[in-house]
Ligand binder design. Structure first.
Ligand code: NAD
Length: 486
């Protein structure tokens, strides 16, 4: 059993003062690593260290901050195989997927390192140059960064690099299911020389997260996870009047028109929902298909789904690993039972896989009513709901009939059709003739109950800043002190 009992607080790896807890490898279903919960004192020490470090980090030159961030990216890339294996031990996702996501994390560090010297304010002249205003984007302070279990380092890399680039310090609380890779990142941060307190990592459950989000020293909260937790976090942010960004779930519509690039669209639909065993916030879990090609698509998707190779996530041939933990496995099976009860037509899968363990067959339901539970609730598992539509207007109406608004896809060779439909979809990310691709420069985030705030791109960087307006008067005029100067 690996020991990850130490947390990073104020530049040192120190043992948490709460009870120990284990991470279970979802493929072997055996514990593989042990951690400690941070107690109230640990959380307080981490936030206090981050507050102290903020005073020097915000004044550290951009060149030095960028150097450290690039150095961290270098060692992430150097250790890619080890880090990918650790994430696979924790969440059971394919090692090749985790590898790619962690390389993307390194890319995010480099992207924001390169942005530090491009953070600019504006000059607003007033009264013919005799007075003017200039704005600067200042860092906020200590950022509480809380992540989910499905993509630990990638999710963290949407938060930590823009926070550091803007001059903030951080206290990170990874998911209790996947703490190991974030603790490894903490050790790498020490190795490359980040000053004590700039990056802190505490581990534990929701109770530890709640201690962090309610700490008065926290200046901003960034959260990735589920809606119910988000409501608690938004309430904690409101109690201390701190900004908060919420990256939540989805029930994204992937729309295939009759003039789609067919083979590409089918592959995109399969990857959209079965990659990472569907444990992806942007999963294209509703597949909307135009009536004229509906039966053909249903048949092709069902056949492909039943051919997906399940197995050891470290095997290069495996296409789908297990569900990340038993509680979630039970939830995914309950969604299948709901869909059957609601009368959806099962065309592939529908059962625990013959392989046993935490494997579930890639499952496809056709003729799904968009008001049914399967179409309205996020499953976060390998379950696809296929829904027919007649024309653009109906596709848009079905896609938007959801409390979520995270992502979506449109497949059509007609660029006018594709873009006009994309424009009408109420979600933060839309892919046209592709699905589940991302870039450091492309912002992502939700509409509606998929959350607010943006990650990646310039937008995320600005979310970690606060604007200061400095008004300067160059004249010798003595103003009437009792009226507002304009
Ligand atoms: P979760 O809400 O159960 O937990 C997320 C994190 O919040 C964990 O670290 C957890 O310990 C912590 N937490 C729990 N209660 C807390 C509290 N009261 N105060 C502070 N922190 C608390 O979510 P999960 O099961 O880990 O993740 C799955 C969800 O995340 C899905 O809905 C998925 O769609 C979403 N997700 C969204 C994105 C995105 O970018 N939009 C990405 C990945 C996952």
């Amino acid at each position: 059993m690996e020991s990850y009992r130490e947390q990073l607080i104020d530049g040192e790896l120190v043992r948490g003062h709460g009870p120990e807890f284990e991470s279970i490898n979802p493929y072997t279903e055996k514990p593989w690593a042990v951690f400690t919960e941070a107690d109230e004192g640990d959380v307080d020490r981490a936030v206090t260290a981050a507050e102290r470090a903020f005073e020097s980090w915000r004044k550290t030159s951009g060149v030095e901050r960028a150097r450290l961030m690039n150095a961290l990216a270098d060692v992430i890339e150097r250790d890619i195989d080890r880090l990918a294996q650790i994430e696979t031990n924790d969440n059971g996702k394919l090692i090749k997927e985790n590898r790619n996501q962690i390389l993307f994390a390194a890319r995010n560090f480099r992207f924001y390192a390169g942005y530090i010297d491009k953070i600019a304010g504006e000059v607003k002249t007033m009264d013919a140059y005799t007075s003017f205003d200039f704005t600067v984007r200042e860092p906020i302070g200590v950022c509480a960064l809380i992540t989910a279990w499905n993509s630990p380092l990638q999710l963290l890399s949407n938060k930590l690099p823009p926070a550091l680039a803007a001059g903030n310090t951080a206290v990170i609380k990874p998911s209790e299911f996947t703490s190991a890779s974030t603790l490894e990142l903490a050790s790498l941060a020490i190795e490359v020389g980040f000053p004590p307190g700039v990056i802190n990592v505490i581990t534990g459950f929701g109770s530890t997260g709640a201690l962090l989000t309610s700490h008065p020293g926290v200046g901003k909260i960034s959260f990735t996870g589920g809606i119910e937790t988000a409501k608690r976090i938004a309430a904690a942010a409101a109690a201390n009047i701190v900004p908060c960004s919420l990256e939540l779930g989805g029930k994204s519509a992937n729309i295939i028109f009759e003039d789609a690039p067919y083979e590409k669209a089918i592959a995109g639909a399969i990857g959209g929902v079965f990659a990472a065993a569907g444990q992806s916030c942007v999963a294209g879990s509703r597949l909307l298909v135009q009536a004229s090609i509906y039966e053909r698509v249903v048949e092709d998707i069902a056949q492909w789904a039943s051919r997906i190779k399940l197995g050891d996530p470290t095997d290069a041939e495996t296409q789908m690993g297990p569900i990340a933990f038993r509680g979630h496995y039970e939830r995914v099976l309950a969604h299948i039972a709901d869909a059957l009860e609601d009368g959806s037509r099962l065309v592939a899968g529908g059962h625990p896989a013959a392989l046993g363990g935490l494997f579930i067959e890639p499952t496809v339901f056709a003729d799904v009513d968009n008001s049914s539970r399967l179409a309205q609730n996020e499953v976060f598992g390998p379950i696809l709901a296929i829904i027919p539509f007649d024309d653009e207007a109906e596709a848009i109406a079905i896609a938007n009939d959801s409390r979520f608004g995270l992502a979506g896809g449109v497949w059509s060779k007609d660029v006018t059709r594709a873009l006009s439909v994309a424009k009408e979809i109420r979600s933060g990310i839309i892919w046209v003739n592709t699905y589940r691709t991302s870039a450091a420069q492309a912002p992502s985030g939700g509409f509606k109950q998929s959350g607010y705030g943006r990650e990646r791109g310039t937008e995320a960087l600005l979310d970690y800043t606060v604007v200061k307006s400095t008004l300067v008067d160059l004249t010798d005029t003595v103003r009437d002190p009792f009226v507002l100067g304009r």
